[in-house]
Design a protein around this ligand. Structure first.
Ligand SMILES: [Cu+2]
Length: 463
């Protein structure tokens, strides 16, 4: 986006130079995303800026927008002191572009580069983030929004992308608390922050007008925080989850739960009056509701509220046919503090929980700790799969499948909304179904990133 803007500005400047000798045509290089260290004022002004890891120096990374059916083409340039890679979260993508270091590509070394180039079949709200040592790199700031625009966008007055995050900062100097993988957070709920914010600041605000209609694209980029959200001074409808349109808009009547990596697209009307402040509010650890994003109202967009919004146009291939004859898989989510797991297989041998913990590993999926040489399942391309998830731990987990979206299968066999990340609660088994229509090696892991790094990662093969 930055480059495109620059080019437009450049062309504008050229208009005033008519009559001068034509300049030589400059070859356009690839559009880049440069991973590098920067500083960002995420904490209140009395604190020093925080040293963060960024794409192109901004937190979150540049907002990328592309038309549905188009391509995303970006060269990752690594100016960090460590290897990195980019995962394009929620995309039904070519496996070679999925960005998982050690599975779909080698991590890009410091000073190196990697060309990402992939088609985007689905419109919606997606995001991109580091997928090398994610629990450190995403916590340090390596993420951004990627919006795929519908050919016919819904009628709204404005479209706002809200990247929700939390940061665990040292209150003394506003720098990230280390280590990123403290055994206490790894084995419990993951790395939870002490400063919550939106779009890289603790106090995000955007001025709106009364009766204005907004599309809010919520993205949870945090390492482990499950956001519990409500609308204040806003009437809203959920129109998409994890990028995928709902068949009909659903009025927001209760709390919205946004687990790590999940997205919710809302269409909201500002019902607060001129001079008031509407807000997206969150339920905090101290049982208080606080603004996650503020919308001060100045002026009136129209005298009355509009009718409810229409559904978004569906994306292709959203059906999950054949669930009655689907192949069945069982995955047990195991381990952690206060869990029941006595041990698991790690690096090809059976290990007790204490020994695992001694190596910084606390979790397992169906008895396996972390990535193995052989996949959790080998699927035939095109087959429909039902996978039961049983959460034998004391914590909730945001389970994410790469490369394909799934639907939850209710007890009566009906299918829920299409998603790429689902929150699994302790002792509440759930079942998901998907068509294994995308060939490649796909991760299935917890998006509480510290959990993924300490055992809760598996992969499936589709061929
Ligand atoms: Cu987890």
């Amino acid at each position: 986006m930055t480059l495109r803007m620059t080019r437009r500005a450049f062309c504008g400047a050229m208009a005033g130079t008519a009559g001068l000798a034509a300049l030589p045509v400059r070859a356009t290089g690839p559009q880049t995303l440069t991973a590098r260290v920067a500083k960002a004022q995420i904490a209140p002004p009395k604190y020093a800026p925080t040293e963060v890891w960024t794409y192109d120096g901004t937190l979150p990374g540049p907002l990328l927008r592309v038309a549905q059916g188009g391509r995303v083409t970006r060269r990752l340039v690594n100016e960090l002191p460590v290897p990195t890679s980019i995962h394009w979260h929620g995309f039904r993508i070519d496996n070679a572009m999925d960005g998982v270091a050690g599975l779909t590509q080698e991590a890009v070394p410091p000073g190196g580069a990697f060309d990402y180039d992939f088609a985007v079949p689905d419109a919606g709200t997606y995001w991109y983030h580091a997928h090398t040592n994610s629990f450190v790199q995403v916590a340090r700031g390596l993420s951004g929004a990627l919006i795929v625009e519908e050919a016919e966008a819904p009628e709204v007055d404005r479209d706002e992308v809200l990247v929700l995050d939390d940061w665990l900062l040292n209150p003394e100097d506003a720098q990230f608390m280390q280590p990123f993988g403290h055994p206490m957070s790894l084995s419990h709920g993951g790395r939870l922050g002490n400063l919550l914010g939106t779009n890289g600041t603790f106090d995000f605000a955007r001025e709106v007008r009364a009766n204005e209609r907004l599309r809010l694209r919520l993205i949870n980029a945090s390492n482990a925080r499950i956001f519990v959200l409500r609308l204040a001074g806003l009437d809203g409808w959920t129109v998409a989850l994890d990028g995928m349109p709902l068949p009909a808009p659903e009025p927001v009547e209760a709390e919205l739960i946004l687990a790590p990596a999940q997205r919710i697209d809302l269409i909201v009307d500002v019902t607060a009056e001129d001079g008031e402040t509407a807000a997206l509010v969150r339920f905090d650890d101290d049982d208080q509701w606080r603004p996650q994003a503020r919308f001060p109202v100045a002026g009136k967009a129209s005298a009355t509220q509009r009718d409810g919004p229409a559904a978004l146009p569906p994306n292709p291939n959203m059906a999950v046919p054949g669930i009655d004859s689907a192949r069945r898989l069982d995955m047990a989510i195991q381990g952690g503090a206060m869990g029941r797991m006595s041990g698991a297989m790690m690096n090809g041998r059976s290990m007790g929980f204490r020994e695992m913990a001694g190596q910084g590993q606390f979790w397992a999926l169906s008895g396996q700790v972390g990535i193995t040489d052989t996949p959790f399942a080998s699927l035939e391309r095109g087959e429909t799969v039902r996978m039961k998830l049983t959460n034998d731990t004391a914590f909730a987990h945001a389970m994410h499948l790469h490369g394909m979206h799934f639907r939850q299968v209710a007890d009566d066999g009906t299918l829920g909304p299409m998603r790429d990340t689902i929150l699994s609660y302790p002792d509440e088994p759930l079942e998901i179904a998907f068509v294994a229509d995308n060939p490649g090696k796909w991760l299935f892991h917890c998006h509480m990133l510290g959990h993924a790094a300490s055992g809760m990662t598996a992969w499936i093969n589709v061929s």
